[in-house]
Design a binder for this molecule. Structure first.
Ligand code: RIB
Length: 334
């Protein structure tokens, strides 16, 4: 805080170590703030001699029938169908949709959450970019929100996901039935709920077939084409032997394909390849993959959010949709 200048709500938030929206809720006397947080904020207000100004109150303007969607990577082709499902329901119910791309950056994601709250939206749909995203503000502010596709495990949160464990299990079971026993698990960020479940599905399929789970076949591609390319290129440089790759999203499958071809390894003759998501371009390269019901996931998330906004429901809801295998030409018998 600059000396001589009156303290602002930003100074109070910084001093108390909370978000703007939390300070705003204390100032507006929301009763859902936990006592310790309220104490910290009130102490900061007192220390800084803060006085709430009319223009500064973030809740001064309320967005009319608006919801916010925060997603981790707008460039990933998995998300457009999810957005479409949300947008279709929003339109029918007269809601505007504010789209925020967190670029897999937690601080940016936090700012999006605060900004949406401060704009006075009616609710938020959040696809978290990490497990460390602080959603306490959303919980404390009692702003209706729904996790979509990925979730952070907390009692009072609703979510709409697809069954990632089952999807990965089916993908790896398919490769095992083709006789593959050395299957690379090319994963996204392992701390994400989607990835934890897919790794569990991979391991369950191997366990059921008494196939050893080899540590050297676990490589992380961070859901990115470029990082997947580097991970598979490194495996090939090291001379690690494998006959199949299960990539837990199609973008990484594309990166793996690029690396294999640069090492003169062809799909499916030399290496079988299975992806996940079934994005638009996967059929062009005849990729066998796991299709997620993205459009339905988006629709269900928005319908659930509307129920929370209208208080038709008050207890957390968990919706799990089924993925399905799409068999094309990227695998063959070992
Ligand atoms: O491709 C992006 C991945 O992140 C998808 O598998 C989706 O489930 C999201 O979690």
């Amino acid at each position: 805080m600059e000396s001589g200048k009156a303290a602002t709500i930003h100074d109070v938030a910084k001093r108390a170590g909370v978000s703007l929206s939390t300070v705003s809720r204390v100032l507006n006397d929301y009763d859902s703030i936990n006592p310790q947080t309220r104490e910290r904020v009130e102490a900061a207000i007192k220390e800084l001699n803060y006085e709430k100004s009319k223009t500064e109150s973030p809740k001064s303007v309320k967005e009319k029938k608006t919801v916010g969607l925060i997603l981790p990577d707008i460039l990933n082709p998995f998300f457009p169908l999810l957005i479409k499902g949300i947008e279709q329901v929003s339109k029918i119910h007269g809601y505007h949709l504010i789209l925020c791309d967190s670029e897999n950056d937690v601080p940016l994601e936090q700012r999006h959450i605060d900004n949406l709250y401060d704009r006075g939206v009616d609710g938020v749909i959040l696809i978290p970019s990490s497990e460390t995203t602080h959603v306490e503000n959303l919980i404390e502010s009692s702003l209706p929100f729904v996790f979509l596709d990925r979730f952070i495990d907390m009692d009072d949160a609703s979510y709409v996901i697809s069954d990632n464990e089952e999807g990965a299990y089916q993908a790896v079971k398919y490769l095992l039935k083709l006789g593959h026993h050395s299957i690379v698990n090319l994963t996204g960020p392992p701390e994400l709920s989607t990835e934890r479940a897919r790794i569990a599905g991979y391991k369950r399929a191997l366990d059921e077939s008494d196939v050893e789970c080899q540590e050297e076949l676990f490589v992380c591609g961070n859901y990115s084409l470029e990082e997947a390319y580097r991970a598979i290129d490194e495996l090939l440089q090291k001379g690690v032997r494998f006959s199949a790759i299960f990539a837990t999203n199609d973008m990484m499958a594309f990166g793996a394909k690029q690396a294999l071809e640069e090492h003169n390894k062809h799909i499916p003759n030399d290496v079988s390849l299975v992806g996940y998501d079934d994005i638009l371009f996967s059929s062009i390269i005849s990729l066998t993959t796991v299709s997620q019901p993205a459009y339905e996931m988006g629709r269900n998330a928005m319908l659930l959010l509307l129920d929370l906004i209208s208080e038709r429901i008050s207890t957390p809801q968990r919706v799990v949709l089924r993925p399905s295998m799409v068999i094309r030409g990227s695998c063959q018998r070992r």
